[in-house]
Each structure stands twice: as C-alpha cells, then as structure tokens.
Design a protein around this ligand. Structure first.
Ligand SMILES: Nc1ncnc2c1ncn2[C@@H]1O[C@H](COP(=O)(O)OP(=O)(O)OP(=O)(O)O)[C@@H](O)[C@H]1O
Ligand SMILES: [Mg+2]
Length: 226
C-alpha cells in the first residue's frame, strides 16, 4: 500500500527534516505514528498524501512509484486517500453537514443517500445537534470531529490522520478510535499520528516512531494489549 525507500525530505533550501525513511505498510494494516513535537510526523504524512515531494529516495503508493506516475494520474491516487489535518482545514462558509457531504457530492452520490450517510456519521461522532453549524461556531473538538467525519465518509483506501484526538476528551478519543478500527475491518489502511501514549498502548497496533527525522522503530505490539 505504502512503500518508502531511503526517503529524505527538506522544506525549500532548509535542512532535511526526514532522513533515510524506509518502511512498508501492508494493505489493511493499522499503524500509529509517534514521536516528539517537531520529529517529522506531519511531514511524513504530507509525503504520503502527495502534498510534498521527497528530496531523495523512492515512494510508492498503491503499487505506483509516484516519481514516474504521470502528473495527470496523481489526483486519482489522491482521491483514494482520506486525510484528517492537524489544523482541520474545514471550509468556513459551509455547514458541518456540507463539509462532510463534500467528498460524496464530488463522487456523485444521490442527495438522498448523502443525507442519510452524513447524518448517521455526524450522529455517531456526537454532532447530531450541529449539522447546520458553521465551523467558526464550533469548539475545537467539534471541528476536529467534523474533519474526521469528512475524511472517513468516502471510505478511503488509505486514511492518514494527524493527531485526530488532540482536541477531544478521553471518552470521545476512544469512540473515534473505534470508528477507525471499524474502517480498518472494512479494509482501510490507517496511519494515525498521535501523542496519546494511552491510546497507543490500549489499542496495541503497530507503531512507527520518529525521532529527529528518523524512523527509530517499527515494532508490532501484541494485539489488544491492555
Ligand atoms: N512548512 C515548513 N517549512 C519549513 N520547515 C517546516 C515546515 N513544516 C515543518 N517544518 C519543520 O520540519 C520539522 C518537522 O515538523 P513536523 O511538523 O513534521 O513535526 P511533527 O512531528 O508533526 O510535530 P508536532 O507533533 O508538533 O505536530 C520541524 O523541525 C519543523 O520546524
Ligand atoms: Mg505535526
């Protein structure tokens, strides 16, 4: 699903913020991405959702080397990837409902189905009362849940979530993790960047750990630890 070989990345003419990244994430796998602030988690996710290019090395997604894939084919790859951004990036002038509906409208689903799916998902993340609210009128944790709903609604093949539980309480964090696990059971490959060691231990999925731009471990934890 995702393969990196000797990947390096720098912003502009700056120093490398990622070095010698090698990893292979199998289809259907579930990884937590951990490491201190500034270690490079968001940068690594940006490479995976094609927002940044590596300065060296090979990246392949869905079996395609992205360096040799024609530019016109990249949007189709990108559409298979759902992203929860660390800073949400909701569309300000659209309601919570319309933000989440967007990927389904782009995919051309019937409005009736959209209404059903979006309402159900927003209910699940505890936002039944907020369907018509604009992002600016929502709390940070509520905006985060809208961002998660938007990322998962289209059942992406690969879901990349950047600190998706950073603004919610522990109970909601568990609920969101269960949503991610449901998607994983339905075949979505997940990478979840988090500072929440409690969640990593509790859910016991494989871990990619970054320190100072380098992957220091990729170890499998016992399933269902804790
Ligand atoms: N747009 C940018 N331009 C230049 N440098 C950047 C940019 N974004 C990040 N960096 C640098 O890249 C390094 C890795 O940052 P990154 O955002 O990937 O860390 P992170 O692990 O996601 O941190 P956090 O846990 O705080 O979100 C840091 O040294 C940061 O200063
Ligand atoms: Mg980050």
């Amino acid at each position: 699903m995702v393969r990196f070989e000797n990947v390096g990345m720098r912003y502009g003419a700056g120093p490398e913020v990622l070095r010698d990244i090698g990893m292979e994430l199998a289809a259907g796998s579930f990884h937590f991405l951990t490491g201190p602030s500034g270690a490079g988690k968001t940068s690594l996710l940006k490479l995976m959702y094609l927002a940044e290019r590596p300065s060296r090395g090979l990246i392949s997604l869905f079996g395609r080397d992205i360096a040799t894939t024609p530019r016109r084919e990249l949007p189709a790859l990108r559409r298979k990837i759902g992203v929860v951004f660390q800073d949400f990036r909701l569309i300000d002038h659209l309601s919570a409902f319309d933000n989440v509906a967007l990927p389904l409208r782009v995919a051309g689903l019937a409005e009736e189905q959209i209404r059903e799916h979006v309402s159900e998902l927003l209910r699940w993340v505890g936002l039944a009362e907020k369907l018509n609210a604009r992002p600016a009128t929502l709390s940070g944790g509520q905006q985060q849940r809208v961002a998660i709903a938007r990322a998962v609604i289209g059942r992406p093949s690969l879901l990349l979530a950047d600190e998706p539980t950073g603004n919610v309480d522990d109970e909601m964090a568990l609920r969101l993790l269960r949503l991610f696990e449901e998607m994983n059971k339905l075949g979505t490959t997940l990478v979840i960047a988090t500072h929440n060691e409690g969640l990593v231990t509790r859910f016991g999925h494989a871990r990619l750990h970054l320190e100072n731009g380098e992957l220091t471990q990729e170890r499998l934890r016992a399933q269902h630890a804790g």
